[in-house]
Design a protein around this ligand. Structure first.
Ligand code: ADP
Ligand code: UDP
Length: 236
């Protein structure tokens, strides 16, 4: 069923299958940060991100969020619907931290109410620059209506994920989503949602439970990712 490698990224490999419409995402045991400038092999990371992302997509499916996720195949792989990825990283922020503090001078932990939605143009060569709506419309093939759909969908996903994580004492600080266009022409949620792509803060201690521990070298990434998975597995 698994055919040739279509694409190899920093965190995943993408394989063709015998169905044109389906791809296999294979999560790698590699941690990267700062656009690949910091790198490390970490046996088990692929497993944690595969299982965590699968759980989150399954939860969103219960609320009929259209996504590429079909099923988890094994410890490190999942079957997804093939899309043409829209080259925008859609970031939702509930609290200010990270690049918005550095770039725009917001005070750390400023609450964004309503949550902020931002677009970054997905291009490693340009270092994924922040773009506005007009740039996004010029630089991609989406329409104004589709841009609004993406924004509303990102806000709805935030609204669904906040209480899901709060149940296990995790504050969803910010996260990144990707959307793709499927064969039918519809825009659906794609890629992954994991501690690589979200900031999670422990509600009791305030400690980071995400890739920031690797960015900052403050704690063991695998221990932290295992904690997230264990908490999500305890739900229901
Ligand atoms: P990067 O390309 O940023 O290094 P990854 O290592 O995570 O990221 O690579 C996975 C690639 O697969 C990303 O480019 C992502 O946009 C793409 N992708 C994710 N889901 C799908 C999908 N359903 N259809 C096509 N491409 C996808
Ligand atoms: N993010 C991501 N991929 C990127 C850039 C950001 O998944 O290429 C996520 C990041 O993990 C965080 C959110 O998007 O949850 C906002 O990131 P920010 O803009 O603060 O950038 P960073 O400080 O991570 O460089």
């Amino acid at each position: 069923m698994k055919n040739e490698l279509l694409y190899e990224g920093k965190a995943k490999q993408v394989y063709l299958t015998d169905q044109f419409n389906q791809l296999i995402l294979s999560y790698k045991d590699e941690a990267t940060a700062f656009n690949g400038k910091k790198k490390a092999k970490m046996v088990g990371k692929g497993y944690f991100n595969n299982l965590i992302s699968a759980k989150i997509f399954q939860y969103l499916a219960e609320f009929d969020v259209p996504s590429h996720f079909k099923k988890q195949l094994n410890d490190t792989e999942q079957l997804v619907e093939r899309t043409t990825i829209i080259p925008l990283e859609v970031v939702v922020r509930n609290l200010a931290t990270g690049s918005i503090v550095q770039r725009l001078g917001f005070k750390e932990k400023t609450v964004f109410h309503p949550p902020l939605v931002e677009f970054y143009y997905k291009d490693d060569g340009l270092d994924d620059p922040l773009v506005n709506d007009q740039h996004a419309l010029l630089m991609t093939d989406i329409t104004r209506e589709e841009l609004n759909l993406i924004k509303n969908s990102a806000l709805r996903i935030n609204h669904l994920l906040q209480p899901y994580f709060e149940k296990v004492s995790i504050q969803l600080v910010d996260f990144k989503l990707e959307f793709g266009r499927n064969q039918a022409g519809d825009i659906i949620l794609a890629d992954e949602i994991s501690p690589d792509t979200c900031r999670f803060w422990d509600m009791a201690t305030g400690e980071s439970l995400d890739k920031d521990v690797f960015r900052q070298g403050s704690s063991n990434l695998l221990t932290v990712y295992q904690k997230i998975l264990a908490r999500l597995e305890a739900i229901k």
